[in-house]
Design a protein around this ligand. Structure first.
Ligand code: AMP
Length: 283
């Protein structure tokens, strides 16, 4: 039987009890409206731990003014049914008031890597992410926590934060789950109209084409970026936000591709802001 917990202190007490009994805890933080990408994390958390907890919380502080906090898709009943079916023991579904009570005034800022890529167009976004994940880690306590590589920069920010702040959490990255045509699964894909949905796989296609160039020996990041832009230019509805080639580990910029890199891009298609990335090693 899955239990739904809304109070942070209650979740902490339940998980402390599990750990005292010698059981390991797996944790999957989400914003809900679950899809197969989320469920791949859930399956790993269940397979690799004695107890698994999933949080569903649409975190207001990681949305900028004018972004889609209010419109963000939500379906708590369906989420709960999917998690119960998957064998999750605990669902943590706090209210914004429980997470940010009156007087809350602490921020976690992971310097540098929060300001590039998605951080450049979404100022404050990764501060909101780092702060809420720090809170969730504090509430959950020692555990393994699972995050998707789909949000590659988010994963890097969280790994850095957990290491820098000595958090007792092992952060584990999981591969991106895609639709059959390559589109990375995302709760925001519901924003796409039918014609936009047909154009959406071009993002992944462009990244695969660029990764292919690298695998065949291209070492100039500018030419790799150019390859992504060339594919997307054929789809005029795409409005590209950035295309970036960076060190896959540190997200530092690279002059020449002499180690594993991540090729990442973000763009808008109508109302939807989509991101994707591929990791590739030089030949
Ligand atoms: P979200 O609900 O969008 O905040 O995502 C919750 C977690 O699921 C994050 O760690 C995401 O990176 C991960 N996730 C989202 N979409 C996918 C996907 N298509 N494949 C793998 N993980 C994903």
């Amino acid at each position: 039987m899955m239990r739904t917990v809304t109070e942070p202190a209650r979740l902490r007490a339940l998980l402390d009890e599990e750990r005292r009994a010698g059981r390991t805890v797996g944790f999957v933080p989400t914003m809900g409206f679950l899809h197969e990408g989320h469920m791949s994390l859930v399956q790993r958390a269940c397979a690799e731990n004695d107890v698994a907890v999933v949080s569903v919380f649409v975190n207001p502080t990681q949305f900028g003014p004018g972004e889609d906090y209010e419109a963000y898709p939500r379906d708590p009943d369906r989420d709960a049914a999917m998690l119960a079916d998957a064998g999750i023991e605990l669902l943590f579904a706090p209210t914004p008031g429980a997470m940010y009570p009156e007087g809350f005034c602490t921020d976690v800022e992971v310097q540098g890597i929060s300001d590039i890529m998605c951080g450049a167009s979404r100022p404050g976004h990764f501060r909101g992410v780092a702060t809420v994940v720090a809170k969730l880690f504090g509430i959950a306590g020692p555990c393994r926590a699972y995050f998707g590589e789909k949000d590659y920069q988010q994963l890097a920010v969280i790994k850095r934060m957990a290491a820098d702040l000595d958090m007792p959490v092992e952060v584990i990255g999981c591969p991106t789950v895609r639709e059959p045509d390559g589109l990375a699964m995302s709760s925001r894909n519901v924003y796409l109209s039918a014609p936009e949905r047909a154009m959406a796989p071009a993002l992944h296609r462009s990244l695969v084409a660029a990764a292919d160039l690298v695998a065949r020996g291209e070492t100039d990041p500018a030419r790799v970026r150019g390859a992504v832009l060339a594919v997307l230019a054929a789809e005029p509805s795409w409005s590209i936000e950035y295309v970036d080639v960076r060190d896959a580990e540190t997200l530092a910029g690279v002059d020449g591709i002499d180690r594993e890199v991540v090729i990442a891009a973000a763009g808008r298609l109508g109302r939807a802001r989509l991101i994707d990335n591929v990791v590739v090693a030089p030949r």
